[in-house]
Design a protein around this ligand. Structure first.
Ligand code: IPM
Ligand code: MG
Length: 356
């Protein structure tokens, strides 16, 4: 029997609950498809600050680098909000992405037919549904550029800088073209080339590389327009490729039109198979520990892990179809229940496992 070593980064807030749900689903699907998992937990974020005085201890980085794959819950919370920038829990997230070389962030956003009523967009807009794959650059741009404080002409000043090298742009754009090739062959590159130099380089490289992918229809879109198009006509998009910060913002927007941010998984990939899988939502401190969180985004992240890290297609698809089934049965956690009867985190997890 195959056995995969999975590092668990439960993190803060609802992180532990949703990771535990995904672990239960992995164990259940593993039993069915004869796949073994060995789970090891490492500290990250606020809990790591409390236990070790730093958000990303070296043992965590080493542990992740030695795992076959990593599953992460969420980090951060009000308790750690006033720490200096480099001591914040979020810094650990950037740190682990960088340490593992995870330059690609895949964030699929699709409308489940069962959730049409939960989508805030008008019915005629989502008539045909939508199925978007956001390819977000994850280890460059303004998130990692030079930053600081200085004394300026008018006193105190702060700055962050966006910079992208040709190498960084080429490798993420290549992932996006390859992804589009396996889907509906339509790629939208989103930038702010009317203002930003980094975007102009980005656009130039996209156009150069388009020659290698004549089968993919590629177009550019300015980010402000893209924000509008996502709610005006989301079905026009297949694959989107964009920078770190634009991808962060647009993927939250995309999640909302699927009905709930509690639905969206993500895969962060490097140029080897070792990746990190996490829901795109945060630690939701307001409902932490209450058995209320929607575990689906994390469970779907585990399904992405099975596919991308281990090429266990059947097991991966079994999870996706179990999620489909529970949604079709009308089962909802509180984020999607609109005041009606809601399942707890554990009940939703049980229902998904029953449907595997
Ligand atoms: C995300 C989050 C993170 C990001 C934060 C928590 C640093 O918003 O994964 O989208 O901005 O990348
Ligand atoms: Mg975000």
């Amino acid at each position: 029997m195959k056995n995969y070593k999975i590092g668990l980064l439960r993190g803060d807030g609802i992180g532990p609950e949703i990771v535990d749900s995904a672990v239960r689903v992995l164990e259940a699907v593993g039993k069915k498809y004869d796949i073994g998992f060995t789970f090891t937990s490492y500290l990250i974020g606020g809990v790591a600050i409390d236990a070790c005085g730093e958000p990303l201890p070296k043992e965590t980085v080493d542990g992740c680098l030695q795992s076959d794959s990593v599953l992460l819950g969420a980090v951060g919370g009000p308790k750690w909000d006033n720490l200096a920038g480099n001591m914040r829990p979020e810094k650990a997230l950037l740190g682990i992405r960088s340490a593992m070389g995870l330059f690609t962030n895949l964030r699929p956003a699709k409308l489940y037919p069962a959730l049409k009523a939960e989508c805030p967009l008008r019915e005629d807009i989502v008539e045909n549904g939508f199925d978007i794959m956001i390819v977000r650059e994850l280890t460059g741009g303004i998130y990692f550029g030079e930053r600081g404080y200085r004394e300026g002409k008018y006193g105190e000043e702060a700055y962050d800088t966006e910079s992208y090298s040709r190498m960084e742009i080429e490798r993420i754009v290549r992932v996006a073209f390859e992804t589009a090739r396996k889907r509906r062959k339509k790629l939208t590159s989103i930038d702010k080339a009317n203002v930003l130099e980094t975007s102009r380089l980005w656009r130039k490289i996209v156009h150069e590389m388009a020659n290698e992918y004549p089968d993919v229809e590629v177009s550019d879109m300015l980010v402000d327009n893209a924000a509008m198009q996502l709610v005006r006509n989301p079905s026009q998009f297949d694959v989107i490729v964009t920078s770190n910060m634009f991808g962060d913002i647009l993927s939250d927007e995309a999640s909302q039109i699927t009905g709930s941010i509690g639905m969206l998984p993500s895969a962060s990939l490097s140029d080897n198979t070792r990746g990190l899988y996490e829901p795109i939502h945060g630690s939701a401190p307001d409902i932490a520990g209450q058995n209320k969180a929607n575990p689906i985004a994390t469970i779907l992240s585990a399904s992405m892990m099975l596919l991308y890290a281990f090429n266990e297609r059947e097991a991966s698809e079994a999870i996706v179809s179990a999620v489909d089934k529970v949604l079709n049965q009308g089962l909802r956690t509180a984020d999607l229940a609109r005041g009606k009867d809601a399942l707890t985190t554990v009940q939703m997890t049980d229902a998904i496992i029953e449907n595997l």
